[in-house]
Design a protein around this ligand. Structure first.
Ligand SMILES: [Zn+2]
Length: 238
């Protein structure tokens, strides 16, 4: 069987350090996966990759918006994979995000591997944030203090995410990193919490991690990173 490769451009820790310049085009990103999460140049909202299409969810002035991202747009950070289901099941009873996460973690073969997580369902509550557009240099944890958050009720859609083992916290966020996209493509974002009425859960075990770097980005090349501070920033804002 072909190996499932999680492709990551830059790391979550460098995003936390305030490196927001887009360094890879959406066109290039899609060569490595049709499913995933990330953000857009200048951290202008949340990036959602589903079925080979790329969306940007933004929230400004109490209004939220989702639009498709043209292929020339650059991203500072993203993780994509060709999602391949290795385990799936249905949840028929209402379950909140904390309990669903626990249920999923109990079903993972091992907690030392990455997984893609795809959940198609109906949600009585979906609470998301969209990171507001910011300038390189402002720490992400500071930017996130003013993040717009929105909640929708009775909405159907897909959760798109990656589960990261503890060992790779910093490269990515340990545990779940979930984004949401509504079926009608009008609402989406980085998931804070939710209540699912019913849904279908697909877990895809990852065989390999391909870590790509912004080799031409001067800010990244010259940055000195405080890794411990960045790891706690990820816990606070992701
Ligand atoms: Zn996110």
């Amino acid at each position: 069987m072909a190996k499932t490769i999680l492709f990551q451009h830059n790391t979550l820790a460098s995003l936390m350090a305030g490196i927001y310049e887009g360094t890879m085009s959406v066109e290039e990103l899609l060569k490595h996966g049709n499913f995933g999460v990330g953000t857009v140049d200048s951290v202008d909202g949340e990036l959602i990759v589903l079925d080979g299409k790329v969306y940007q969810a933004t929230g400004t002035n109490d209004e939220f918006k989702v639009k498709e991202v043209p292929s020339h747009v650059l991203v500072p950070y993203a993780a994509v994979v060709h999602h391949t289901t290795t385990k799936s099941w249905k949840e028929d009873n209402p379950i909140d995000s904390e309990n669903l996460k626990k249920t999923i973690e109990e079903k993972l073969d091992s907690h030392n591997l990455f997984y893609s997580v795809k959940i198609k369902g109906t949600f009585s509550k979906m609470h998301v944030r969209m990171i507001p557009k910011s300038k390189t240099g402002e720490r992400f944890a500071e930017v996130a203090k003013n993040q717009p958050e929105f909640t929708q009720e009775n909405i159907s859609g897909t959760l798109i995410g990656i589960w990261t083992p503890e060992l790779f916290h910093g490269v990515s966020v340990a545990g779940f990193h979930l984004h949401f996209l509504a079926d009608d493509l009008h609402f989406g974002g980085h998931v804070m919490d939710f209540v699912m009425q019913d849904g279908n859960i697909e877990i895809g075990r990852i065989d390999q991690l391909e870590q790509n770097f912004p080799v031409d980005n001067k800010t990244f090349l010259e940055k000195s990173f405080d890794v411990l501070a960045l790891r706690s920033d990820i816990e606070a804002s992701e």
